[in-house]
Design a protein around this ligand. Sequence first.
Ligand code: ARG
Length: 595
Amino acid sequence: MASSLPSLPHVPGTDASSCILDAFRIAIAKRVSDALPPLTLDQAYVGVDYGKKGVDFTVALPRFRLPGKPDKLAAKVVSSFQPDDFVASITHDKQFLHFQLNNANLIREVLNQIHTLTYDNPTGKPSYGTNTSGAGKKVVIEFSSPNIAKSFHVGHLRSTIIGAFLVNLYKACGWDVTSLNYLGDWGTQFGMIAVGFEKYGSQEELQKDAIKHLYDVYVKVSRDAESDPNVKVEAAQFFKRMEDGDESALVNWRVWRELSVKKYIEEYDRLNVSFDRYTGESEVGKEWQDKALEQLDRLGLITDANGAKLVDLEKWKMGKAVLRKADGTSIYLTRDIAGAIERYERYQFDKMIYVVASQQDLHLSQFFKILHLMGFPWANRLEHVNYGLVLGMSTRKGTAVFLDQIIKEASSVMHEQMRRNEDKYNAIEDPEMVSQEVGITGIKIQDMAAKRINNYTFNWDRMLSFEGDTGPYLQYAHVRLTSMERKNPELLPLPPPSQIDTSSLAESTHARDIAILLGSYPDVVKTAMKTQEPSGVVTFAFRLSHAISSAWETLVVKGEKDLDKARARLWLYICARDVLGAAMRLLSIRPLERM
Ligand code: ARG
């Protein structure tokens, strides 16, 4: 991207062509390092942080560990200061140096960059906020992974939401991503269902809603099993036949799985989520499960308990765990071990992420450890992205057990909410679609607003309100920004920001606040990559929305007689819309254009 700013020395790890704030930071670092030898430019650069409360950037001098008092050091930088194209002023406060940028240049460069990377870039895809740090690297991300015939609980929903975000995030950072849904489609429960299906199954119900019907059958047969121990014995025998590959025991199971997956695909689609591959516990082969057992036995880690095989991980404070049942059938843990090996053989990943609730921390650390012990050099490429509990998730009719109940409830609560404002409601073209989309946004935002590891309480009213930092508020902010072009047709077609005079915006602190936020978006993406947390992106989206909502009254477009001014402001809003939209899409949210 052609910038009209003077050229600067390069600092490793920066790229002003995708993040213009890098240039401003280098300019600041250069002043600091020039004034404070032997400090190098690269060392100074690391010390340039975002400022607080209206300060653009701040440098904390003590971190450089230079000889001399901070006051003296600061005086050196301050006394050599001359305003230039990048930096307008400097102030000194105790051990801190605060820098204000040249607003006119900041705003112009930020708008140009967003415009170029959104509408005018060679890939044809909007790329503002993306980077190439993961180029040439492969990541496998496993998430959601519900269990067929059991409930899709909020834990699975969290995994779905966080996993979808990670897929988008890794793609935005240039990684080659493969997303997997590892279904709980194997295990004794399928023996139970097979037994139960003879008594309670209905082909018709199955075709109508496989997920629900299989769950119902499972609930009923589990109840039978409480009074009749034979049920469990039969179920175990049936599952053994499945494990032995007995075709007659597998026909029904195959249909159940297929119908369930079909239904899942539809529901995930409503959440704007998809998978490259639906795999599952059933697909894990025997070979590596046997080998794992042999190898661990050789290491002296296997003990026999009445025919069952246990691995002893006490040495690493990970307890003991069953690897194989006495009847020889496989188990969750063993399948995960073998599954990881097969995935490595297939994908040769540089990283594999499991998005699974923190309740399974021990399970994940056990099988990661076992893979280390087996000597796989790639075992340290596995990563567990965990998250806390969701409390109190229920619908008005009771506990939610299926994903579609959760989606329906969100849509209907939202629908009622919208109806309360009749005028607005009547203006909505497709209230069903809008309420579903806004409802889903509410759920997602509530889920990603805090650090993953925190537990939170599910609260329909709070998450679906238009007030406060909620999903509906974000959608509303995006819709309002989107309406700006529609409402100002006389300014269209708009010449690119590089061809209009944006300097009028520099007089407005609102415009400056928005510009620096917009400029920080590429950093927000990089930070999310470091922390594997969506919360920073959510916070960013709200800060941007708040900055915009305080600008509406002073940065007016409609009725502004000075056309240059009006156009510059319109560009600011368009860029804000594009960046807010990009942040929402990164969070797997579909930004609405009207509501
Ligand atoms: N199906 C499992 C459950 O619902 C989650 C699977 C997590 N992934 C894994 N590779 N173990 O608890």
